[in-house]
Design a protein around this ligand. Structure first.
Ligand code: NAD
Length: 336
C-alpha cells in the first residue's frame, strides 16, 4: 500500500481529543500514513504561532493536498475572522459535502434518513464584507457570483450522478433575495437542464424546506444550497439522526480537500474525554474513499456500525457512558 502524507490539524476545544481518537482508528485500519501536524485556531496563538491561521498550515495543505481537521473556536461578535472561512476561501474549498444518515443503534424520531447536503463554501454572507454606514447602522453583503453558483451546482449534480442518487433539491429564499438567490437558482437549473437531466430536480423555499425536513426527512435526497443556509441546515439535519456527534463532512476544492466533522469545538465538554469522536472518524472514512483506500474505509465503517448496533460502548451524547477513547477502543477491537 502506498504511504499517504496527510496534514493533521487538531484544532481547539474537543478537537485534540477527537483527532487523537480518529488517528488511532485510521492507523489501526492498516492505513500507511505520515502525519504532518499543523496548527490552527486559538491553539495556534497559544503555541506562539502569532496567527490563528498560520501561513505554514495553509502551505502544508497546499503541498500535501489532504487534511484531517478538528474544529476551531471563533469568537462571537468580535475578534478574528473565522479560521474555517479563511481556510476554505484561501484553498478554494468550494464544496462542503455532508452526508446525513440514520444509524442502527442510534435511536431518533426518524428511521431511514439518507441525505447529503452540498453547501457552497466560499461566498454568500460568509464573504465577511460588513460595514458600519453610520453609528447604529451596519450592513453585511451577500455575494453571489455566476462562477461560484455554477461550480457548486455542477459539483452537486456530478456527485449525485456518481453516487447514484435520484434527486437534488435546492433550498433558497429567492422570493426575498431575488438577485442573489435568483442567480443561484438560475445556475442550478441551467446545469440540470444542460448537463444532468438524469437527476430529478426541484426547488423549495428554505422555510418550507425546514418544515419538510422535520416532518419527514426520508422524502429528501441531495440538498444543494448557498453558504449560510448550508451551515444552518447541516446542524438541523444532524439533529434528525442523533446529533453533531454523528455527522461527518468534507471541504472539497480542485487542488485540496479538508475533512472535518460538522460540529464545533464544543467548549462545554472540552477536556472531559466525553466527546463523541465518531463524526470525525466518519470524516476520516470519507477521506479514505477520497484517497482511494476504499477497503480501509469499509473496514472502519463496518466496525463502527457494529459498535453502534451493539450499543454497549456509546458516548454520552448517544445515551451511553463510554469515554472518547473507550469508543475508539471498541471500534478498533472490532477491526481485529
Ligand atoms: P458545537 O458544535 O461546538 O456544539 C454544539 C453542542 O453540540 C454542544 O452542546 C456540544 O457539546 C455538542 N457537541 C458538539 N460536538 C460534539 C461531539 N463530538 N460529541 C458530543 N457532543 C458534541 O457548536 P457551538 O457551541 O455553537 O460552537 C462552539 C465553537 O465552535 C464556536 O467558536 C464556533 O465558531 C466553533 N465552530 C467550529 C466549527 C469548525 O471548526 N468546523 C464548526 C462549528 C462551530
Amino acid at each position: 500500500m502506498a504511504k499517504h502524507t496527510i496534514v493533521l490539524i487538531p484544532g481547539d476545544g474537543i478537537g485534540p481529543e477527537v483527532t487523537v481518537a480518529t488517528r488511532r482508528v485510521l492507523e489501526a485500519s492498516g492505513l500507511s500514513v505520515e502525519w504532518v501536524e499543523a496548527l490552527a485556531g486559538a491553539s495556534a496563538v497559544e503555541k506562539g504561532m502569532g496567527d490563528v491561521l498560520p501561513a505554514e498550515t495553509v502551505k502544508a495543505v497546499q503541498q500535501y493536498k489532504i487534511a484531517l481537521k478538528g474544529p476551531v473556536t471563533t469568537p462571537v461578535g468580535k475578534g478574528f475572522k473565522s479560521v474555517n472561512v479563511q481556510l476554505r476561501q484561501k484553498l478554494n474549498l468550494y464544496a462542503a459535502v455532508r452526508p446525513v444518515r440514520s444509524l442502527a443503534g442510534v435511536k431518533t424520531r426518524y428511521e431511514g434518513v439518507d441525505m447529503v447536503i452540498v453547501r457552497e463554501n466560499t461566498e454568500g454572507l460568509y464573504s465577511g464584507i460588513e460595514n458600519e454606514i453610520v453609528p447604529g447602522v451596519v450592513t453585511s453583503l451577500k455575494v453571489a457570483s455566476e462562477k461560484a453558483c455554477t461550480r457548486i451546482s455542477r459539483y452537486a449534480f456530478r456527485y449525485a450522478t456518481r453516487r447514484h442518487r435520484q434527486k437534488i433539491t435546492v433550498f433558497h429564499k429567492a422570493n426575498i433575495m431575488k438577485l442573489s438567490d435568483g442567480l443561484f437558482l438560475d445556475c442550478a437549473r441551467k446545469i440540470h437542464e444542460e448537463e444532468y437531466p438524469n437527476i430529478q430536480y426541484d426547488e423549495v423555499i428554505i422555510d418550507a424546506g425546514c418544515m419538510k425536513l422535520v416532518q419527514d426527512p426520508t422524502k429528501l435526497d441531495t440538498l444543494l444550497m448557498e453558504n449560510l443556509y448550508g451551515d444552518l441546515v447541516s446542524d438541523l439535519c444532524a439533529g434528525l439522526v442523533g446529533g453533531l456527534g454523528v455527522v461527518p463532512g468534507s471541504n472539497i476544492g480542485d487542488d485540496a480537500a479538508v475533512f472535518e466533522a460538522v460540529h464545533g469545538s464544543a467548549p462545554d465538554i472540552a477536556g472531559k474525554s466525553i466527546a463523541n469522536p465518531l463524526a470525525l472518524i466518519m470524516s476520516g472514512v470519507m477521506m479514505l474513499n477520497h484517497i482511494h483506500e476504499e477497503a480501509l474505509a469499509t473496514k472502519i465503517k463496518t466496525a463502527y456500525d457494529s459498535v453502534l448496533a451493539e450499543g454497549k460502548s456509546l458516548t454520552r451524547d448517544l445515551g451511553g457512558s463510554a469515554s472518547t477513547d473507550q469508543f475508539a477502543d471498541a471500534l478498533i477491537a472490532k477491526m481485529k
